[in-house]
Design a protein around this ligand. Sequence first.
Ligand code: AMP
Ligand code: MG
Length: 468
Amino acid sequence: MTIHFPFDNSYGRLPARFYTKMPPEPVKAPRLIKVNHALAQELGLDPAALESPEGVAVLAGNAVPEGADPLAQVYAGHQFGGWSPQLGDGRAILLGEVVDRDGQRRDIQLKGSGRTPYSRMGDGRAWLGPVLREYIVSEAMQAYGVPTTRALAAVATGEDVLREAPMPGAVLTRVASSHIRVGTFQFFAARRDVEALEALTTHALARHYPGGETALDLLNGVIARQAELVAQWTGLGFIHGVMNTDNTTISGETIDYGPCAFMDVYSPGKVYSSIDQFGRYAFDKQPDILVWNLAQLATALLPLIDADQDRSIEIATEAVHRFPDLFNAAWLNVFRTKLGLETAEDDDEALILDVLSAMAEAEMDFTNTFRDLSTLPEPVKTRWIDRLKQEGIAPEVQAQRLSQANPAYIPRNHRIEDAIQSAVYGDFDPFERLVSVLERPFDDQPDARDLRRPPMPEEEVRQTFCGT
Ligand code: AMP
Ligand code: MG
């Protein structure tokens, strides 16, 4: 079965210093784990062809499809606040771009596809755990309506990769509206390569902010989309875990599902990541970290904003200073919707904060509490019910609105771990089940009640790990 990708590779037409052109590294014995049929169709790809031996060979990196222009992208970034002048796709290869059914350009990237010049000490590979985790969580994000990279497929490589122990290797096919990061701009800014910054800005505007013309348009666009994105994470109890500038996209999509987690009990300062010793990327720090990352983008774009450097700094600073208002407006919107409110009142912020602090104090489950708001402790509930009465909406409509705003299902950490453990021993049923239930996270699914249950103390996952 021939597999046809309708490629049109614009990134590969950028100057040679943006990437290293190279094919993925073949693996020993590719075996299909899963193809995302709905996404394949969106991209104009035939799911059956992707599942055929020829398709699986492509998804494993053993065959390069016609029209691909495989390359590893270079970027830089601040990791945990420390500057890394040279990062890049150290375990990923961009096969190319396709224009999807809606006319939207999408990157097709293999992750876990072998060593590149940007691998540093790494082996360029991924093991099954992070691949399944990214598949589950990124597709759940999509189902919540949150901008995100997608998972088109997962394949096993038939090779072991050495982590603490030998683990089964896997490759994820990631789809993104692009893989351009704040760190991509930083890479060229650090080298004072203004020509490259200009080319990248033009490319990024055309892809993500059509109508935008200047570096300032780009900066404003990214600030607005990222503010919206992180507000949406907050409404889901999502902790990204590694909000480095190389993991902050220009498109405004969530990227890099490494040590990420959805909180069970609501605890504002929560940290899961094993490498985040100082809680830099704690749940409630995410807006502050984001604005820090956006300031790095602003800094990188300074040479393009105005010929006069002082003026440039002034303009960029003003743009970044608009972030708190943008974030606050997005956050209010998210939580008003979660509380089933349609109108805006001045004291909504106080009401939302009351609800949240009551939840924190009583150590309530974030997801289930919003889903079943009637379980709120009395004093807070009274205030909320009064506010609902003000809106004068029939209780059935109200109930329906709440269940459309608050998912019943999240990929709970203990369920992800369980799916990974089973898969390591060859049983992919828990993985399949989790993916399938999370396709409709707002629908009550009577035979999936167990997936709503928070972990018992002995099931609780206290730490998550980087996706290496
Ligand atoms: P991340 O923490 O996933 O954002 O990765 C940070 C940097 O480390 C990126 O440049 C990655 O390409 C690189 N990297 C992570 N894991 C590996 C690996 N197994 N092999 C090579 N490079 C890696
Ligand atoms: Mg990354």
